[in-house]
Design a protein around this ligand. Structure first.
Ligand SMILES: [Ca+2]
Ligand SMILES: [Ca+2]
Ligand SMILES: [Ca+2]
Ligand SMILES: [Ca+2]
Length: 497
């Protein structure tokens, strides 16, 4: 994470010079009313914070050159606290000063923040360089190793700098006093302040990468942390969707998930807090339809997983939606009853029941131009197959502008000009592709069909998508087999004497 932070700091510098277009309008910022104003405090006589948490920020100032501010609050043994210095006046970010801080000589700017345990009379943490995100310039996360008073020290790194700032102490999620804004889910700028998500397509949230106010000195774009409870052995798909087009305007050159590159849009990372390890990172845009970025993983621990969401370009801001989807067949998996969405990844394949094998009407959703999107809608389906049985998938009655355009690309091992819909079938038991069709094979009213023999008793998944990413429209899909299933049976009227 430290390297990541350094990389992102570099990004911020690089992005400034690389951005061709930055439509950035300073927004109206709503600020919490501080409870206490301009305390005349010092480290020796600190201002005592009687309450902590998101609703108890303190406004303070480096009022004169060389001023040093002190704060004190009562911590609980074993609890974790995040101290944030936010909305730091731009004057406090100007210039830099060469001196010794935190074990090394360097050019430092902004505010230094230190945490002291009064019980042991020792410094437990010191942050010399800006490491915050959004309107937070500097922050420290620490775990209290004793009950009692902890003191915070704040001073300007440049001895001549003066200006105001806000300080707040935030309890970790799950601990007394942790709270979030009901609309923005802020403050969620550190992993310890992750906001809890519920699973399922009906539990999506809409949030924002908050804009950075130019009145303040800041360090990088807003980070948003979330968490959810996972069960070992289950698979989860995280989708970032309906991402504002404003979050896809520029690119940032930096090191993300092991590779330098020009990145656009949003990044999405997942961490297992039980083992304290990253489990999946997505820096690229892998979504379909109105989904920009997606991540899927199988949990190896039962416990809390955290998600980090941020915009690649630190100057961009905008709204996005986020959801965590269980795999088909696992608790909490659900779909819209008419569109069968979200079915954009194989683990989210919509289960076709015997009745529906007679045919469903679905749609390749259009992509909304308000959003930054990447490719046409992918629709996944699944059904329980029987080994050695032959199945045929048929697509009929295509609507919208499906099949009207052509796209030159690489499909199933061959470059070609492809039109219409691609169909593919996969065996999930052995993880192999059973059959795939890039070319339409229209016959009668059947637009495309695909036949295959199942390898095993178990789920087969089907993928369908329009070759041309701009095409959308309705279609009918059905699965034919020789096995009589209850849904396919034709009931004759009973003739009675
Ligand atoms: Ca946010
Ligand atoms: Ca945030
Ligand atoms: Ca669809
Ligand atoms: Ca879909």
């Amino acid at each position: 994470m430290v390297l990541n932070r350094i990389a992102r700091l570099l990004t911020w510098l690089v992005a400034l010079s690389l951005l061709l277009v930055t439509a950035f309008t300073p927004p109206q910022v709503v600020r919490a009313e501080p409870l206490q104003e301009n305390p005349d405090s010092s480290f020796a006589t600190p201002l005592v914070l009687t309450t902590i948490g998101k609703d108890s920020p303190v406004q303070a100032s480096i009022g004169t050159p060389g001023d040093e501010d002190g704060f004190q609050f009562v911590a609980t043994l074993g609890n974790t606290y995040v101290v944030e210095l936010s909305t730091v006046n731009a004057n406090l970010g100007q210039g830099n000063h060469l001196h010794y801080c935190g074990g090394s000589n360097g050019y430092y700017r902004g505010l230094a923040l230190a945490v002291h345990n009064t019980e042991t009379n020792s410094q437990v943490a010191l942050q010399c360089s800006p490491n915050g995100n959004g309107d937070v310039l500097t922050s420290i996360t620490f775990r209290a190793t004793s009950d009692g008073a902890y003191k915070l020290k704040v001073y300007a790194q440049v001895p001549t700098a003066i200006g105001t700032y806000n300080l707040r102490v935030l309890p970790k999620y799950g601990e007394a006093g942790a709270a979030w804004d009901a609309q923005t889910y802020e403050p969620n700028n550190s992993e310890a302040n992750a906001y809890a998500l519920s699973l399922g397509h009906g539990q999506a949230i809409t949030a924002a990468i908050e804009p950075r106010d130019s009145l303040y000195t800041t360090n990088s774009g807003d980070d948003d942390w979330y968490r959810f409870e996972a069960i070992a052995g289950r698979t989860y798909v995280v989708e970032l969707f309906n991402v504002s087009a404003n979050l896809g305007l520029g690119t940032a050159l930096y090191y993300c998930n092991g590779a330098n590159g020009y990145y656009r849009g949003m990044a999405l990372f997942a961490f297992d807090t039980t083992t304290n390890t990253p489990v999946a990172r997505q820096c690229l845009l892998g979504g379909s339809g109105n989904v920009l970025t997606t991540l899927s993983f199988k949990a190896t621990s039962t416990g809390t997983y955290t998600l980090l969401v941020y915009g690649h370009v630190p100057t961009e801001a905008g709204t996005y939606s986020l959801r965590v989807l269980p795999k088909y067949g696992e608790a909490g998996a659900s779909w819209d009853a008419t569109t069968f969405e979200p079915n954009n990844s194989e683990p989210n394949a919509y289960p076709l029941t015997p009745t529906q094998t007679r045919g469903i009407t679905a749609v390749f959703e259009p992509r909304d131009s308000l959003y930054f999107t990447q490719s046409g809608d992918n629709d996944w389906y699944t059904f329980q197959a029987k080994a050695t049985e032959t199945y045929t998938v048929e697509v009929t009655d295509i609507g919208g502008n499906l099949g009207q355009g052509m796209r030159l690309y690489y499909c199933d091992g061959a470059n070609g000009n492809y039109r219409g819909i691609r169909l593919a079938a996969f065996d999930t038991t052995y993880g192999t592709k059973l059959a795939s069709r890039c070319e339409p094979n229209s016959s009668g009213n059947v637009y495309a069909s695909l036949s295959f023999k199942a390898l095993a008793d178990g789920p087969v998944t089907l993928l369908a998508y329009p070759h041309v990413p701009g095409e959308s429209g309705s279609y009918r899909l059905r699965i034919l087999s020789n096995i009589a299933d209850p849904g396919n049976q034709v009931f004759l009227p009973m003739l009675q004497k």
